[in-house]
Design a protein around this ligand. Structure first.
Ligand SMILES: Nc1ncnc2c1ncn2[C@@H]1O[C@H](COP(=O)(O)OP(=O)(O)OP(=O)(O)O)[C@@H](O)[C@H]1O
Ligand SMILES: [Mg+2]
Length: 239
């Protein structure tokens, strides 16, 4: 379970988060939406301890992660997969080595066991016979799949995906959205995705959260969002 309790964060002159409270149940898939620059990435980075709140707390499975030392935070992070907005694959490593990287860093597995696991997760994201390809040889959609495979390779119980459809055309955006949902369900991960892609957010989410000006403007199912009378919510949803 993930819980944000009245989280505030100022970056530079901007109060990016101004009292965010949000609870995400075990296995739930939540999409955080909002206009560009509104703090979606900043919110996500609070969930894996890349950023710490100025005020308020973030709990992962009941543990306040801002109170953990580096070593304990690393243990929590190993249970979290993070799919970065820019993909963040290592350009100089082929697909196999990119996906194997977390296993080589954090386990003492044999190369054989590593290879089995790498192929298992590549299979899950529907990639075949791409081991020796470099990121530069992959399409945008394939790069996201490799990023997703790497995010789950350690057995993530929490999956964080930052703008998984950015830079993709509508068909690939839909495909990656469906894939993330299928994978999240399969591994039973509690999942938080940021997006400003409304159609695909509806495809992925059990529940949606709309943030603006550091606050949660609305939260609920697609139907809740569609029937929300707030002018900002209406404008965002029907843009
Ligand atoms: N390290 C930082 N120092 C100063 N300001 C920052 C820093 N990181 C983010 N910001 C500011 O915080 C605000 C929120 O940024 P964030 O990246 O979370 O937006 P976003 O909602 O993810 O936008 P996008 O949809 O474009 O990805 C922006 O105004 C950004 O300039
Ligand atoms: Mg962002």
């Amino acid at each position: 379970m993930i819980k944000m309790e009245d989280v505030y964060k100022k970056l530079g002159q901007q109060q990016v988060l101004a009292g965010i409270s949000l609870t995400i149940a075990e296995g739930e898939i939540v999409v955080v939406m909002g206009p560009s620059g509104t703090g979606k990435t900043v919110l996500l980075k609070h969930l894996n301890g890349l950023l710490h709140p100025d005020r308020g707390r973030v709990f992962i499975d009941g543990v306040d992660i801002s109170r953990l030392n580096d070593e304990d935070l690393l243990e929590v992070r190993k249970r979290m997969g993070y799919l970065f907005q820019e993909g963040a694959l290592y350009d100089f490593m082929d697909v196999f080595d990119n996906v194997a990287f977390p296993l080589r860093e954090h386990t003492d597995w044999s190369e054989e066991k590593i290879a089995d696991r790498v192929h298992e997760v590549l299979e899950m994201v529907d990639l075949h016979e791409v081991d020796r390809k470099l990121p530069s040889e992959l399409s945008g959609g394939m790069k996201k799949r490799v990023g997703l495979a790497r995010a789950i390779v350690l057995g993530a119980k929490i999956l964080l995906c930052d703008e998984p459809t950015t830079g993709l055309d509508s068909i690939h955006s839909r495909d990656i959205s469906k894939l993330i949902r299928a994978v999240a369900r399969k591994i039973k991960a509690t999942t938080v995705i940021t997006s400003h892609d409304i159609a695909n957010s509806f495809r992925i989410a059990d529940r949606l959260v709309l943030i603006n000006d550091g606050h949660i403007s609305a939260m609920g199912t697609k139907e809740d969002m569609d029937s929300n009378p707030d002018p900002f919510v209406r404008e965002f949803m029907h843009a």
